[in-house]
Design a protein around this ligand. Sequence first.
Ligand code: MTE
Length: 313
Amino acid sequence: MSVYRPPEVAPSEITPEHIYLNRREWMQGAAAVAVASMLPSVEAAAPPKAALPTFYKSRFSTNEQKNSQAEITSYNNFYEFGTDKSDPAERAHTLKTEPWVVKVEGEVAKPRSFDIDSLLKFAPLEERIYRLRCVEGWSMVIPWVGLPLSALLKLVEPTSKGKFVEFTTLQALDQMPGQRTGSLDWPYVEGLRIDEAMHPLTILAVGLYGRPLPKQNGAPVRLVVPWKYGFKSIKSIVRIRLVEKQPVSSWTRANATEYGFYSNVNPEVDHPRWSQASERRIGEFFKRKTLMFNGYAEEVASLYKGMDLRANF
Ligand code: MTE
């Protein structure tokens, strides 16, 4: 496996100057959207290395050893750039991430569009060190920087009909060569139940290792749902739509018997073609046991109380 080294880019080339908020402006913005109560910890993280506003360390972070930046940015699934793990690092440079608009619409009282600057302002950023378990049987520990999806959803005020949230990736055949192939139905679509989307563990990630997201990891904004298999964590999102009916995700559309809507990490429910009982942490030789809900059972098991997790895989 070749190791991708991110290019040395000046922060000013990655992000416009005006998103560098000083700490005071950022705290005022935070207070304005009344999210102070969601701050998980008063311990401020080390100053950001570049380009992202100040971020907090989250109490939801694991203290397991992190995978290296090189591992996290060179071994990716981003089928819009090809199906090999090395394709995204080699090919995602064609993705244009500026300007970028995320539309939040559907069953909401206040539909809104966000550019990345405004996304960075509506809630305090946090570093969340999460395990990511891929359905294929590998895992990593990744230091994301992001904000709770719930803060964004509260701003747009879901109506009583907003029972699910559908997410859509950019469709741009000129920028995403994989979309010129039939490896999946495009654009990539994922979905969550509203309570899963509102859960404090669910984040929109805008950064990685303290810097803006690399393109191969889903720049400029991607979902991270740490208790679900990695494919739920949709990259390069342009639309978030509140809907009444359960959305059909790209992977369910491709093969409904193998990829269900819930896709919760569950060592007791095998994939039809392989066991899910263990996983290989990238960089390690021996396999380790996969944990129920990827180790987040204490936080999320109650969401599925009374549900048959074999039927709702
Ligand atoms: N999002 C889009 N748009 N396209 C994809 O192919 N792959 C998914 C998910 N999000 C994918 C995607 C899968 S299978 C995984 S395991 C994770 O992204 C990988 O995220 P990472 O490359 O940042 O580790």
